[in-house]
Design a binder for this molecule. Sequence first.
Ligand code: NAD
Length: 252
Amino acid sequence: ATTPRVAVVTGTSSGIGEAVVRHFCEQGHQVLAVDFNPAGKEIAEAAGAAFYQADLTDPDACRGAIAEAVKRFGGVDILVNNAGIQHVASIETFPEAKWRQIIDLMLTAPFLLTQAAWPYMREKGWGRVVNIASIHAQVASPGKAAYISAKHGMIGLTKTAALEGGEQGITANAICPAYVKTPLVDNQIADQAKLNHMDEQEVIEKIMLKNAAVKRLIEPSEVAQLVAYLTSDAAGAVTGASWNIDLGWTAH
Ligand code: NAD
């Protein structure tokens, strides 16, 4: 049986975050789902989670999310940093404001959330931080400078948290998925299909899965199950690591 914990999950209105919230609720955890999209309230409550609306590019909103979990549930045991966006442009044309938004949301917010949750984990002598990075935390592709820089930075944050948390019962790990079947990827498939005059299946096979040994997209629930393992009591010796779910992409 899973020990019930208090979990904060970010980016929960769709995709991976939504799957993590559902899985945590099924495990009996008390969950605060955090997203800037108000539609996330209904989704979270249907799963049995509480909802906190916040734009995580705002530092006060990050601290507010942890304060809300403490107010509702008395602490924070598990933090899953998942909220993320993409913007594709060459470095030469990349808008500075987009760069800052992506770094704020995908690197600074995970830092601030970890910082705010830390004292509650330390006091208990038990804590779990899981950062949803990407295979683009290990390798690069052209046109995604801000995303790739934020995700590579997230690995550094994960390793540092693991070292600082080692003697406090706090572990920190990163998960690095290749393409997961979520709205974020559905939009990219549709765009590529138009751009390359292909049907969507061709885009998936010829472009997205070009480097994959397993030729299919990953399901959000497959990522949620790895999150469940990394946040379990069984994973106490697992820390500072990057966990690829990449269809064999980086085996090349
Ligand atoms: P998604 O677009 O389905 O979900 C992202 C969520 O983040 C949404 O609910 C959105 O509302 C929320 N969000 C966006 N900006 C926010 C902000 N400023 N404040 C608060 N919430 C905000 O995407 P997804 O595919 O489920 O991605 C989740 C995470 O997984 C991201 O960090 C992404 O980089 C990572 N990832 C996704 C894939 C993939 O193929 N889908 C692969 C590797 C890594």
